[in-house]
Write a protein that binds this ligand. Structure first.
Ligand code: ZN
Ligand code: ZN
Length: 291
């Protein structure tokens, strides 16, 4: 009899879904922040969406989730493609934001590079320096993505000399002191705009690490101009700030907030979901599936 265990598994998964959905809290949306003549935007310039970028959230859900997390701007950086972010831009314009920048994460063997504000995909079959030249010819911004040693052999002097910005805060370094040191050493190699990104793949929280951008207008052009001129502030988990010293001194933006621990009902949802999956797998195996 396979029907009874499968029925129990389905019930547990339904309980998991219902409890998980009801226990979600919606973060409050702060009012727009204006400081020293600038509007301050909370942005995450490294977010992935389904398909082709190892994420399970669709472009539409990604935009909605960014809005729910209080982000004003995101870059949906498809792995070696641009069209998913263009879909995100289209959708976001129809629902009134957040501002979505057309972008790509160029995945090359020796480097990962975020191309922000481009109109055509940039090939990964070239050096980092020539990819950055192509980004600039399109009026875009080049951000070194998680430039720890493991992803770093392609960062030669020519590439570094052309870069606009680098991720100095990124989850790859959370709990890894060596990776944290490598991100900071890369960032210190020359004057670069400070970026904090989540590299969201539908796990964790979109905007978990974020960049505060000081813009004269909340548009793609306003954001690219601010990044070109280095008008950002980024906080690491230990409270250390990176970015424009004058803007840091204003103390206008919140420091890094660790996600709150999972509450009781979130744990109930997790346990019910995992138990349901295990019971379903055991029942299907008993019935001879997968042999
Ligand atoms: Zn990457
Ligand atoms: Zn990525």
């Amino acid at each position: 009899m396979i029907a009874r265990p499968l029925f129990a598994a389905a019930c547990l998964m339904l309980v998991s879904l219902a409890v998980g959905s009801l226990s979600q809290s919606s973060p409050s949306h702060p009012r727009p922040l204006f400081v020293a003549g600038y509007q301050v935007l909370a942005a995450d310039f490294h977010v992935h969406s389904f398909p082709l970028s190892w994420s399970t959230l669709s472009p539409f859900e990604t935009v909605l989730e960014a809005r729910r997390q209080g982000l004003d701007a995101i870059a949906m950086a498809g792995h070696n493609h641009l069209w998913v972010s263009q879909l995100g831009c289209w959708f976001s314009r129809r629902i009134g934001g957040p501002t979505v920048l057309p972008s790509e994460e160029i995945h090359a063997p020796g480097y990962h590079l975020i191309a922000l504000g481009i109109g055509r995909a940039v090939s990964w079959r070239q050096t980092a320096a020539s990819a950055i030249d192509q980004i600039h010819r399109q009026g875009g911004i080049a951000i070194a993505a998680h430039p720890v040693a493991q992803y770093g052999p392609g960062w030669d002097a020519q590439a570094i000399g052309r870069l606009d910005a680098a991720e100095v805060v990124h989850p790859v370094a959370f709990g890894d002191p060596l990776a944290r040191l490598q991100l900071r050493q890369f960032f210190a190699r020359r004057k670069l705009t400070a970026i904090g990104s989540s590299d969201f793949h539908a796990m964790g929280k979109i905007g978990q690490s974020r960049t505060y951008v000081f813009v004269t207008e909340n548009t793609e052009r306003g954001i690219l101009d601010a990044l070109r001129q280095g008008r950002t502030v980024v906080y690491d988990r230990d409270g250390e700030a990176f970015g424009d010293p004058d803007l840091i001194r204003l103390g206008a933006v919140p420091k890094f907030e660790a996600p709150p621990p999972a509450g009781f009902w979130s744990r109930v949802s997790l346990v019910a979901g995992v138990a349901g999956l295990l019971i379903a797998a055991a029942a299907l195996r008993e019935a001879g599936f997968g042999r």
